[in-house]
Design a protein around this ligand. Structure first.
Ligand SMILES: [Ca+2]
Length: 530
């Protein structure tokens, strides 16, 4: 892999006639377009006054009008290959509002859009921030058909070239490089975060990888097998959406107390072996019970994807407690497995792997096609476990994930962290630069019955800038905007335990303690991490 360095990209600033130096010695915002960076075209650089900002994303995107502080907005495009079209934006606070730092923000799904809400969050904290659309427009995967370079841009290159160019743009605007660079992402953003730590360890001093979808190829195989296992020949979901919360309630009733505290939260679903047959209908189907096919479909969701030939685990199943814990489709198995009319991300096979838009997912060969995908598209993963270069350069990595994540199974993230620990010489040597926080009862990146709001970036800043490693991160749960519970998130493998006195809704009454490892279920097979 070609590794570009900042030194290799340096920078010719075209002298501007009559340029007025800003107090900090930087280039005025509206002159930033004169900066020359190889393969990068700066489309515009403009001062944006404080006030409402409506992101120019496609209609229906999650962002609506947001309120922003004053900043310099730079829109640019990077073309590291002749087929690349990587749009990105850099938002730079005025010198007196700048915290001296740079933040790259991650995307969701297959991206195809600049993450304006994440840009806004960073800017409000005083960061100079950057985000990219990862080189294409829209969440669907047809962009990859016949465009292998665009798949690479999406997989890892867009984040890297955006990072390097954005650092130079910030340097030009402020008259100096940022003191520290951070990357913050969840889901695909978590994948991007781990990819940066693995592939480009010089890019960031501190990295936050939330609910990382970095074992991407196997996750895609997991979506496919889960969909097939939970849909009838008519393409309809076997378990009706209304029954998913019924399963979660039964799971929590059965397993809540295993951790020693009846608080509505399963602390570690690996200790919960609830079998859906407990909900089997006595005679007729009704909304509170499961028919035999529904029992079987739920079991397969927990069991994960296995090779029909060898029984080897290809990808972890989804955790007990993730079935349906809230109203929206992402708060349960709806959005990624049950609701789609065909398997989620099936276009990976059609447009990225086989280049056959008519590929029939029922022809999948789990062993042969997985081996082919991991050989042909290995760059779509970010599963390197040896993080020595990142550790050596002083990098700090915070990982987190929700224990009720219905999109990225936490067991797969644990398998990765365990693999890193092994490769890096043990837990203590890993904890020096990489800590992993599991949030009980949290869904995919946010929400859930457990405390799910926390400030990982503040913890990371303390670690990078003050050398104070996080021994716990306080998380809160809110109902209707009002905080009703706080808890510490503990660095894996520690768990939060009530001290035996005081409110169970107050983090002060919990300690991070070692817990015996959960007994593995009898039919557990080898880890998906190679
Ligand atoms: Ca509990």
């Amino acid at each position: 892999m070609v590794r570009h360095t900042l030194a290799g990209l340096l920078v010719a600033t075209v002298p501007l006639v009559g340029q007025v130096a800003t107090p900090a010695g930087g280039t005025p915002c509206t002159s930033l377009g004169a900066l020359t960076i190889p393969t990068v075209t700066i489309k515009s650089a403009s001062l944006v006054a404080a006030g409402p900002f409506t992101p120019p994303n496609r209609p229906g995107a999650e962002e609506t009008t947001i309120s922003l502080p004053a900043h310099c907005r730079v829109e640019a495009t990077a073309r590291p290959t002749s087929d690349s079209e990587i749009r990105f934006e850099v938002w730079i606070p005025p010198a007196d509002a700048w915290n001296g730092k740079f933040e790259g923000v991650g995307n969701g799904g297959y991206a195809g859009a600049i993450a304006y809400a994440a840009l806004a969050a960073g800017l409000r904290r005083g960061y100079a921030v950057a985000s990219t659309d990862t080189g294409h427009t829209g969440d669907d995967m047809k962009f990859g058909q016949g465009h292998p370079e665009k798949i690479i841009d999406w997989a890892y290159r867009a984040i890297h070239v955006t990072t390097e160019a954005a650092k130079l743009i910030v340097r030009d605007a402020q008259g100096r490089f940022a003191d520290h660079a951070y990357f913050v992402g969840c889901s695909t953003g978590g994948h991007q975060a781990l990819s940066e730590a693995q592939r480009y360890p010089e890019d960031y001093d501190g990295i936050i990888a939330g609910d990382p979808a970095h074992n991407r190829i196997r996750q895609t195989f997991g979506f496919l097998s889960s969909w097939i296992a939970t849909h009838g020949a008519d393409g309809k979901a076997i378990i009706p959406h209304a029954k998913l919360p019924v399963i979660t309630k039964a799971v929590v009733d059965a397993c809540d107390a295993i951790d020693g505290l009846k608080d509505g939260i399963i602390d570690d679903p690996r200790r919960c072996h609830f079998d859906p047959s407990k909900l089997a209908c006595k005679s007729v189907d009704d909304p509170g019970c499961l028919t035999p096919p529904q029992v079987e479909a739920a079991r397969k969701m927990y069991d994960g994807t296995k090779s029909p030939r060898t029984g080897e685990l290809i990808y972890s199943g989804w955790p007990r407690g993730s079935e349906g814990f809230g109203e929206t489709a992402i708060q349960g198995w709806g959005q990624y497995v049950m609701n789609p009319a065909e398997p989620m991300r099936v276009d990976f096979f059609r447009h990225f792997l086989f280049h056959d838009p008519n590929w029939d997912y029922r022809t999948i060969d789990w062993d042969r096609d997985l081996a082919y995908a991991e050989q042909k598209l290995s760059f779509m993963n970010a599963v390197e476990r040896d993080l020595t270069p990142f550790k050596k350069r002083g990098g700090k990595l915070l990982m987190y994930t929700g224990w009720a994540d219905p999109v990225v199974p936490p067991m797969d993230t644990i398998a990765y962290y365990d693999a890193v620990v092994k490769a890096m010489g043990g837990l203590e040597k890993t904890r020096e630069f990489n800590r992993f926080f599991l949030a009980p009862g949290m869904g995919h990146c946010r929400e859930g019955t457990g405390p799910n709001q926390f400030d990982m970036l503040a913890a990371l800043e303390q670690w990078v800038e003050k050398g104070v490693a996080p021994d716990r991160v306080i998380a809160s749960h809110a109902t209707g905007g009002k905080v009703d519970r706080t808890r510490p998130l503990c660095p894996y493998p520690l768990v939060a335990r009530h001290k035996g006195m005081g409110s169970i809704d107050d983090a002060a009454n919990f300690a991070c303690v070692a817990a015996p490892p959960p007994a593995l279920p009898a039919k557990s097979t080898t880890s998906a991490m190679r």
